[in-house]
Design a binder for this molecule. Structure first.
Ligand SMILES: Cc1cc2nc3c(=O)[nH]c(=O)nc-3n(C[C@H](O)[C@H](O)[C@H](O)COP(=O)(O)O)c2cc1C
Length: 139
């Protein structure tokens, strides 16, 4: 079943920019083979990752990622079924952000800014709210 998952985590101080590049290399190496696509947002202090693919596959990948010592306090924000992929051709798109200040490609409302802050603070989100926000980072 095609599904998505969004989590937030705290970037460890040992996770340098070089390590971020290594993470993205792993994504490029592995995600195609398991048919997983998505995006990774990162700041000096946080990661927000959106994964899409077969439910069991993204759950297994999430379990593996959770154990990575380049981050901690991994919190699931949302997961659920989707009809279509948001990022069908991206093994893992990526974008830096600072604090809660994100450069969106489309206009976002105050409500959406608040939603992103809630995601960063680890507050679970219902329905497709988090997913729709992810889309706005890149489209
Ligand atoms: C924030 C974060 C996101 C990650 N996302 C992925 C991912 O989407 N796919 C992946 O294979 N590894 C991801 N990793 C890395 C895995 O934890 C693990 O190091 C990697 O899959 C090992 O595979 P490799 O030996 O091919 O590098 C991520 C790690 C972190 C810290």
């Amino acid at each position: 079943m095609l599904s998505h998952l969004v989590y937030v985590s705290v970037r460890n101080s040992t996770c340098t920019d070089e390590e971020i590049q290594k993470i993205l290399d792993s994504c490029n190496r592995n995600n195609g083979g398991i048919d997983v696509t998505g995006v990774l947002l990162y700041s000096g202090s946080h990661f927000v990752q959106y994964l899409e693919g077969d439910y069991k596959t993204i759950m297994a990948l999430y379990d593996k990622i959770k154990g990575d010592d380049r981050h901690k306090n991994v919190v699931l924000i949302t997961t659920g079924k989707i009809e279509n992929r948001l990022f069908p051709s991206w093994q893992m798109g990526s974008k830096p952000f600072s604090g809660s200040d994100v450069k969106f490609n489309t206009e976002i409302s105050n409500e959406e800014t608040k939603l992103f802050q809630k995601i960063l603070s680890g507050e679970a989100q219902e329905g497709n709210k988090a997913l729709n926000l992810m889309k706005k980072f890149f489209k």
